[in-house]
Design a protein. Structure first.
Length: 261
């Protein structure tokens, strides 16, 4: 890969680095040799001008498989109005996004994270990059969540309101799932056992406490109202609440992380 800023000189040119998982790799060189730029590209804080960075970790595989399995169980052979089907796909994404975020934000142990933070300049940048990666991954899964029920189900009429409601519901659940995942990551809870228990408890409370916004409240509305157009405004309100929850969760995580560091 290669990197240059604007039309200036090349900071990196045709660099090929392979770093197997579990091995430490050191970059040496004088000032201006491109070490910091290379590290910023490696952790996703900057993009190469030419070439690609391939991350072969498989930690994302389990949450993606759980999401697809839940989609198959909850939405196959569906019929009738679409809101209940999209509530099921949103619930699947809620579970998957929580697990995926925990995996993405827990990639580095304390020494590795210290190196990444020093290279990026601020720990907040690293946290926001992880949240952004999780959200981008969820956006890809949302396309599957919108189309899969239509493929395996029997829905005679599909309107733009149906698709928009499905998008709002999935995005709401993705934001709340990411918020829970960030709070239960290694950044806040160093012991995996505690993190797992906390994540399960928060997921259960969010899903099953009757009338609790935004997830349970939204699911109740989608289960009892068959016309998607009537649900767009309430769903938008739940989406706004989910965005506030994610912002608050990120702020709390950053505060805890900065105190520990």
């Amino acid at each position: 890969m290669s990197k240059r800023y604007g039309r200036g000189d090349w900071v990196l040119r045709d660099v090929d680095v392979r770093a197997p998982e579990g091995e430490a790799v050191a970059f040496t060189g004088g000032n201006g040799s491109g070490k910091s730029t290379l590290l910023r590209i490696a952790v996703g804080l900057s993009k190469p001008t030419r070439g690609v960075v391939a991350d072969h970790t498989q930690r994302y595989l389990a949450p993606v498989l759980v999401f697809t399995a839940l989609m198959g169980v909850l939405t196959v052979n569906g019929s009738g109005p679409l809101p209940p089907a999209y509530a099921s796909s949103a619930g699947a994404l809620f579970v998957g996004s929580t697990w995926l975020t925990i995996a993405l934000t827990s990639l580095h142990d304390a020494p590795q994270r210290a190196i990444v933070v020093i290279s990026s300049g601020r720990s907040l940048k690293v946290l926001l990059a992880a949240v952004g990666t999780a959200l981008t991954s969820c956006l890809v899964l949302m396309v599957f969540g919108l189309l899969f029920p239509l493929w395996v189900g029997d829905y005679e009429v599909v309107t733009a309101s149906d698709l928009l409601l499905g998008l709002e519901a999935q995005l709401t659940c993705a934001l709340v799932g990411i918020a829970i995942g960030v709070l239960c990551s290694r950044l806040v809870l160093r012991r995996q056992g505690y993190a797992l228990v906390a994540a399960l408890a928060l997921v259960m409370v969010t899903l099953f406490v009757k009338g609790m916004p935004p997830v349970n409240r939204l699911f109740n509305l989608m289960a009892t109202t068959s016309e998607s157009a009537k649900l767009l405004a309430p769903a938008a309100g739940m989406l706004a609440i989910a965005a506030v929850i994610l912002a608050g969760s990120t702020a709390v995580t950053q505060y805890v992380t900065s105190r520990k560091e």
